[in-house]
Design a protein around this ligand. Structure first.
Ligand SMILES: [Fe+2]
Length: 534
């Protein structure tokens, strides 16, 4: 090739590289398994603009936008969220025959729930209870029909009133049996304390869109109740954060039971205990369990059975079965002797990565739960692979998760005596379908040894930033913001990344609610399918 031709080819290649980075321009199939179907759309309008700023200004966490922290307990409330303030309901702990209504009134009320299996017809009602101002009250509905849609509304009255006013009707579904089709949805870190990563109106938009899908339940993945930007901290300051987030999540939580996953910024962690009831770990976990009805071990859920002083049962790790799927939530923060990620109050991070652990009891439970389940699909949820660090499968061979140290030496048997396998190998051996994680603020799909590693985007980043891409050497990556919708059926699991665009950013090509990436996973033993691209 003559020099001028080579130069032209080089220039063309350089121009193409600038215009269309291969990481975004086409699907990557480097870790694609045999059992899946993949579709993706481009990462969205103004991506180059937004990510260009990221490239110039920052790297990694917080890169791309000037960091602007704020106290998350006093956010301006979008109208739909403010409308929930007088009286809101947060559903939790659904079973085949029951559910918990966590009812919160702004001013003192008296109220009850009426419910039934036909819209507008309420055959049953609960006893009226006092709803003190600002104090969540749990109302249990039991004796429900399995695998059935139930309709309910709250009737309430102020002191001195005679009639109970009727609130809006909502609908939830009791446990699905095997062979059913259902959806659940999940969001990544919402970080309301970060102005550059969280637009309250956008958050409401994402949650309202999720609610419109009527998922059987909604999940978060941690870093939704950060206490790290509080200027002064006490029980009330911590509680304000949970109250505020509760109002937002109430947009979906009145009809879709909410399951929480613990994150590093919650600081609900064993290392913060000090032998008294006056520390951030106790304040955070008690607020969490007061405002959000989370599962404890019973006949339907399994999980953390070890009470903690000044709290009781933590409700931090738990599992349940729904349709053809097993759901398993795990938590390293309450079981590690040292800070897993950022140290509350500041200071250097812990560098002894073997000190990060689920602990013996949680590991035994996880192993038993995964091994004994006959569910067709298994989903595991944690804030992050190790509860800290960056990346997905890049981290999966390390420490408790993969058994090796940073130099690649096998240390598992010495560091975890009595444990059969590291967590990744355990997930692979027991047929885990997808491991969901947050922490990195990016949508990435990867696969290792048959286990999909699905990192979740933030739900309300108005700058649509692609954070932490450098930590992912492989996989399909898309920028913020949105949520993930998972449809589970006997034939397959469908995973969709549903984007949220603010009205001023939505276009005909990339509308709000666009499914930007989609893949399907077939049950184990299914015949090979061909990957599909848009
Ligand atoms: Fe985070």
């Amino acid at each position: 090739m003559r020099l001028t031709q080579r130069l032209l080819v080089s220039l063309l290649a350089a121009a193409l590289a600038v215009e269309a980075p291969t990481a975004y321009a086409q699907p990557q199939a480097d870790n694609a398994g045999e059992r899946e179907r993949i579709e993706r759309r481009d990462g969205g309008r103004r991506r180059g603009d937004r990510e260009g700023r990221q490239g110039k200004q920052g790297k990694g966490q917080g890169g791309g936008q000037r960091r602007a922290d704020r106290e998350p307990g006093n956010l301006p409330l979008p109208p739909e969220v403010a409308a929930l303030k007088p009286l809101s309901v947060m559903l939790g702990r659904p079973t085949d025959r029951g559910i918990t209504l966590n009812v919160l009134a702004d001013g003192a009320l008296e109220g009850f729930a009426e419910y039934g299996t036909t819209a507008g017809r309420y055959e049953r009602q609960t006893e009226a209870v006092s709803l003190p101002a600002g104090t969540p009250v749990e109302i249990e509905l039991d004796g429900l029909k399995p695998d059935t849609a139930h309709f309910y509304r709250i009737r309430s009255r102020k002191p001195g009133e005679t009639d109970f006013a009727a609130g809006p009707e909502h609908c939830f579904h009791t446990q699905r049996p095997p062979g059913s089709t259902f959806t659940f949805e999940i969001q990544g870190d919402s970080h309301p304390e970060r102005a550059h990563q969280h637009d309250p109106a956008m958050y409401a938009q994402t949650l309202l869109a999720a609610a419109a899908d009527r998922p059987d339940f909604y999940m978060t993945i941690g870093d939704d109740f950060s206490v790290d930007t509080l200027r002064s901290i006490d029980a009330d300051a911590v509680e304000r954060i949970y109250r505020s987030q509760r109002l937002f999540l109430g947009l979906v939580g009145h009809s879709s039971p909410l399951f929480l996953v613990n994150g590093n910024h919650e600081q609900a962690a064993a290392c913060n205990l000090d032998g008294t009831p006056n520390n951030v770990a106790v304040w955070a976990q008690n607020a969490r369990n007061r405002f959000f009805p989370q599962p404890a071990p019973d006949g339907f859920y399994s999980g953390d059975a070890e009470p903690v002083q000044f709290i009781g049962l933590l409700r931090d790790y738990y599992a349940w079965t729904w349709g053809d799927a097993l759901f398993v939530v795990i938590d390293p923060y309450w079981h590690s002797p040292q800070p897993v990620d950022n140290v509350f109050g500041g200071g250097p991070k812990n560098r002894d990565m073997w000190a990060i652990t689920l602990g013996d009891a949680q590991y035994r439970w996880l192993k038993e739960t995964l091994q004994s389940s006959r569910a067709k699909y298994k989903f595991v949820f944690a804030h992050h692979v190790h509860g800290t660090g960056r990346g997905g499968i890049e981290q999966a061979d390390l420490y408790e998760w993969g058994g090796r140290n940073k130099q690649g030496d096998w240390e598992f048997d010495r560091m975890r005596p009595g444990w059969e396998l590291p967590i990744h190998q355990l997930m692979a051996k027991t047929g885990v379908t997808i491991f969901f994680q947050g922490h990195d603020h990016i949508f990435v799909r990867q696969e290792l040894d048959g286990v999909v590693y699905q990192s979740l985007a933030e739900p309300a980043d108005p700058n649509y930033v692609l954070y932490n891409k450098e930590a992912y050497r492989t996989g399909d990556a898309l920028p913020n913001s949105g949520r993930v919708r998972v449809t589970v059926s006997p034939q397959k699991v469908g995973v969709e990344y549903v984007r949220t665009y603010l009205p001023q950013d939505a276009t005909t090509e990339h509308p709000d609610g666009e499914v930007a990436f989609r893949y399907e996973l077939l049950p184990p033993g299914s015949p090979r399918t061909t990957k599909a691209q848009p």
